[in-house]
Design a protein around this ligand. Structure first.
Ligand code: GDP
Length: 445
């Protein structure tokens, strides 16, 4: 699936020029293709537009990591943005099934794979989570559907509610609830009737069942091959019934998988599972990384770029080590450290990782140095001239005033920063002397 996008991208990205940073033109050229490809993959126009904007902002001006091409870098950025868009909150595979018996309502159009998915999920709950599951078909319009669920149930060793002719869906739901309570089941799944299209009756029926069952999860099953239609269906169901998640089926097919992206972006509903075939174990927890990788079909490039970035950081660390060993620690070094700290989750995160720095972290805390301070400190350093950064000893009263003013801060803050630079310099020197494989290197990993 998603072939269009990766093919398109690999064509255009190879043509990008090799430069130090991604130029606006580079990014624009690449993103034009991404946009067309997204639309061809049936991603809705507003979603594609918003996605492109996000990537554009992130990519322009970003420095290109040595040893990868700008094209490869763009792929990585697009990949990360895809993951970001596709990611919902929490673990998509974790169903709310505490308080037994927990009802799960399955809704969707006819032929979407609802009954199959009901059984697949039941099997998963039984085998992975050790739950006792009861399944009930509420599809009174199609007796074959009820039998289908019964057959699947036997196949996977999961009980189904006995079929009683002439009962309406609400009555079946009530009976399932009673049976689940009496029978000591952890979960009961209600497989509602589907239609070829959404209509009043379908919605009314599902809503009535919802009202008696009070489901912990309402999972909408949609055919991942239907693209934009799937998104419309999802919006409608969510609007009328309220869904807690989406299961995309037929993701094993080679269809235009843009549905996953639109679905998430338009409905805001998390994709919880994907169906990957007709067999009972062809159901997987939705993994944004995996889908994004498939959309791009360029997983190797993504890991290549990640590797290259790691290497660069390691090289940087090595260079710094050498300087520290010589007792050199100027404002450029401090700035790099501060930025590194920001990246690694602030003061506490970094200090926690550095043996022997615990005490210093405490001191910083008492001195009121927190992560907002990091931002101000970096601003102060940015307000210095090149010469001053390289040699902070130059900083006499008038220079200090100018720098503080430039950063919109008080001189006293600059003094604190200078003190910190001296202290850290001393410490780095000591640590540097402890050898190449020493603490600093450990800490910078
Ligand atoms: P329902 O009408 O929504 O209950 O749909 P069914 O569960 O009866 O499924 C319709 C058809 O789609 C069946 O032949 C299923 O085997 C098939 N199906 C369901 N899920 C998947 C899937 O993830 N991949 C593939 N390839 N087929 C599926």
């Amino acid at each position: 699936m998603f072939e269009n996008l990766s093919e398109r991208l690999s064509g255009v990205l190879d043509r990008l020029t090799r430069q130090g940073a991604l130029s606006e033109d580079d990014v624009k050229t690449a993103l034009r293709e991404v946009r067309v490809a997204l639309l061809e993959a049936d991603v809705s126009l507003p979603v594609a537009r918003e996605f492109i904007k996000k990537v554009q902002d992130q990519a322009t001006g970003q420095s290109v990591t040595k040893s990868v091409t700008p094209g490869q870098q763009v792929v990585k950025i697009v990949h990360d943005a895809l993951v970001d868009t596709l990611t919902g909150e929490g673990d998509p595979g974790a169903l709310k099934i505490d308080n037994p018996p927990a009802p799960i309502l399955m809704v969707g159009l006819q032929g979407s794979g609802k009954t199959t998915t009901t059984a697949k999920l039941a099997k998963r709950l039984k085998e992975r989570d050790g739950k006792r599951v009861l399944m009930a078909s509420l599809d009174v319009n199609r007796p074959a559907a009820m039998e289908q669920l019964e057959i699947l149930g036997r196949q996977i060793g999961v009980d189904t509610l006995p079929i009683v002719k002439g009962e309406d869906p609400v009555a079946i739901a009530k009976r399932a609830k009673t049976q689940a309570s009496l029978g000591g089941y952890d979960v009961y799944m209600l497989d509602t009737a589907g239609r070829l299209h959404i209509d009043q009756e379908l919605i009314a029926q599902a809503a009535a069942v919802r009202d008696v069952a009070n489901p912990r999860e309402t999972l909408l099953v949609v055919d991942g091959l239907t693209g934009q239609d799937a998104v419309n269906v999802a919006e409608e169901f969510d609007d009328k019934i309220g869904v807690s998640g989406v299961v995309l089926t037929r993701m094993d097919g080679d269809g235009r998988g843009g549905a996953a992206l639109s679905m998430r972006a338009v409905t805001g509903k998390p994709i919880r599972f994907v169906g990957l075939g007709e067999k009972m174990d062809a159901l997987e927890t939705f993994e944004p990384e995996r889908i994004a990788g498939r959309i791009l079909g360029m997983g190797d490039i993504v890991s290549l770029v990640e590797k290259a970035q790691e290497t660069i950081e390691a090289e940087q660390a090595e260079r710094m080590m050498k300087r520290f060993q010589k007792g050199q620690f100027n404002m450029n070094d401090l700035k790099m450290q501060l930025e590194q700290m920001q990246k690694m989750g602030g003061m506490e995160g970094v200090m926690g990782m550095m043996p022997g720095m615990g005490k210093m972290a405490k001191q910083m805390e008492t001195a009121g140095i927190d992560d907002k301070v990091l931002v101000r400190q970096i601003a102060l350093i940015q307000s210095m001239t090149k010469k001053e950064r390289a040699n902070p000893k130059l900083l006499q009263a008038s220079r200090k005033k100018r720098i503080a003013k430039g950063a919109g801060l008080e001189v006293s803050e600059l003094n604190k920063l200078l003190k910190m630079q001296r202290q850290m310099g001393d410490m780095m020197k000591k640590m540097g002397k402890m050898g190449k494989g020493g603490m600093l290197k450990q800490a910078m990993k």
